[in-house]
Design a protein around this ligand. Structure first.
Ligand code: ZN
Ligand code: ZN
Length: 234
């Protein structure tokens, strides 16, 4: 639309807004996919879903939030940098980073040093426990333990545009939750320990917070709109 009459631009934007509103009414999930074939991909441009810069279709690739982004945004995507360095899949990387962050933070709260060899060994067991819950062979999808929904990371639509905070959360992003808020003495009294961890989504994890596992279901029963949309069975 470069150089076009701005009024025509508004009309085109309004048509797309109508289409998106219709999709929302029909419960059609948003998608990052376009309908370009190989030939069109070499001439069609789309907005990068990270920085909104206009990008040639074939130059876009999927980042760790499964957004189609330009080469610059892809290069600064931290999980993809980790995957390039140490291998593994996107779901493994997201699971590892989520539980490692929580584990280290909890260690410090308990006055423990997470980098000590003893706790690094404990973290290895924690990561193994979480990896065992990933869907076998699935690199871009996972099952939310609380809702039973399978989320396709590769079809998620992230925040579009420049997010000044650089903190990017999307509701279905893979997150690891410590089910019970109590640590077992056998595991340094840490709740982030094997047997007390499940894979869920960011939104459900935020909704549950540190409450007991039934908490999101009780809130869902009240039909509070945000929780209701998550599809948690009451
Ligand atoms: Zn395209
Ligand atoms: Zn970009």
């Amino acid at each position: 639309m470069n150089g076009e009459d701005v009024r025509r631009l508004c009309i085109e934007a309004a048509k797309i807004a109508d289409q998106v509103n219709a999709d929302i009414r029909e419960d059609i999930a948003p998608s990052s996919n376009c309908d370009c074939d190989d030939a069109a991909a070499t001439s069609e441009y789309h907005a990068c879903e990270g920085c909104a810069m206009i990008t040639l279709c074939k130059n876009r690739s999927t980042d760790s939030l499964a957004r189609f982004v330009c080469t610059t945004c892809k290069a600064r995507d931290v999980p993809n940098q980790h995957i390039n360095r140490r291998g593994g899949t996107l779901t493994e990387e997201l699971a590892r980073s989520s539980v490692s962050r929580s584990f280290s933070s909890e260690c410090r709260t308990h006055g423990l040093e997470p980098k000590s060899s003893e706790l690094q060994e404990a973290l290895t067991l924690v990561i193994e426990d979480v990896f065992a819950q990933l869907l076998p062979g699935a690199t871009t999808r996972y099952r939310d333990s609380y809702t039973g929904f399978i989320h396709y990371i590769s079809q998620e639509l992230g925040l579009i545009g420049n997010n000044p905070s650089r903190t990017r959360f999307i509701p279905q992003r893979l997150s690891v939750d410590a089910t019970l808020p109590i640590g077992d003495p056998a595991h340094h009294s840490l709740k982030h320990a094997p047997g007390n961890l499940v894979i869920t989504s960011c939104a459900v994890n935020f909704a549950k917070y540190t409450n007991l596992p039934d908490a999101p279901h009780c809130v869902a029963a009240s039909r509070y709109p945000f929780i209701y949309l998550l599809g948690i069975p009451c």
